[in-house]
Ligand binder design. Sequence first.
Ligand code: DSN
Length: 419
Amino acid sequence: MDYDPVRAEDPELGEILTKELNRQRDSLQMIASENHVSQTVLKAQGSVMANKYAEGLPGTRWYGGCEYADELEELAIDRAKELWGAEHVNIQPHSGTQANEAVYLAALDPGDKILALDQNQGAHSSHGHQAYSAGQFYEVEQYGIDVDTGHVDYEGLREHAEAFEPDLIISGYSMHPHIVDWERVQDIAEDVDAYHLADIAHINGLVAGGVHPNPVGIADFVTGSTHKTIRAGRGGIIMCDEEHASDVDSAVSPGSQGGPHMHCIAGKAAGFKEALSPEFEEYAQQVVDNAQAFSDRLQEQGISVFSGGTEVHMVLVDLEETHPDLSGLDAEEIFEDANIVLNAQRVPGESNPDTWNPQGIRFGTPALTTRGFDEEDLRAVADLVVRVLDAPDDESVRESVREEVQVLCDENPLYEDLL
Ligand code: DSN
């Protein structure tokens, strides 16, 4: 597959696609929520399934001509069930946020109470941020992280839940470098008669690969996106027991979405097949090994890593003490100029009041691991990161880092036969 037809028919668009392909090839993608899907997944997402309307569910559609859409959706669902062991799967959410919104619609009434992690300590915005519908339709309170250990403050969560009496407790996070104790959250939810939603958008590939415990069968609802560590087609997923199946299905569509994106479901099916292979377990383990090698090397050189390390795919660097004059957003920009792409991120417990310009930067290893980077490569990347942090104003340092990034990229090529 290549972009030639696009370049021939629409040079303006073709050029943009080519530039993005080359950007991904020639820089280090370290945004923890990103990955590089296979060409099979790319091809499936770009397939004729993009043309098909298939509102409804397999066998009960609102449109004719859905024979193959039905086959496709059933294939994706069966593969998801095998990967995570779910009784029921809805594979139609357009994103992880849409998946969460659908669970709220299925499980709650307007005005009900949600207890979610503090938005400044690692929760996803769809867990009740005021700018999202959940923040406006439900009463949301927030529990916290134990900033000394970096783990969820489970005792604090219990006390808060007993006082607040929520209808739903959300676990699973966008910034959390530790294993989540699903049973402990479930026990608390049961004791206060609340539902438990585990959002595994970031870690579902680690769960499928056996390097993080699985909340399916423990939490009432499990949601996620499908293009992060699991490396499948773009979108979301909901998993639950049969007792919630019809509420979830109708909350997704027609409750909150129109026609499913069948081409994305094709990409999900393709990626799930890849994730069922034994190689995927090796990939998941390598993602974590790489994150730990990166984190260790940074700390050996005096860089402060939140909670002293990671058990998953992400590493949060705390700039507050070592680089008080460098904001997270400035660091994000400087690193991008060095061809290392990451994002600014609030550090749990940071004192800086400007929530939009935090003093942390979040790194992730899923994409680099996909292109073949190992621990030695990640230690080399850590050395480059330290060089940039040691001289944030020095353009010549960034130029030399760019050259070394290019060497690493050339040694671990990406999408070699895409034009
Ligand atoms: N949660 C966002 C992130 O962590 O980058 C993506 O949805």
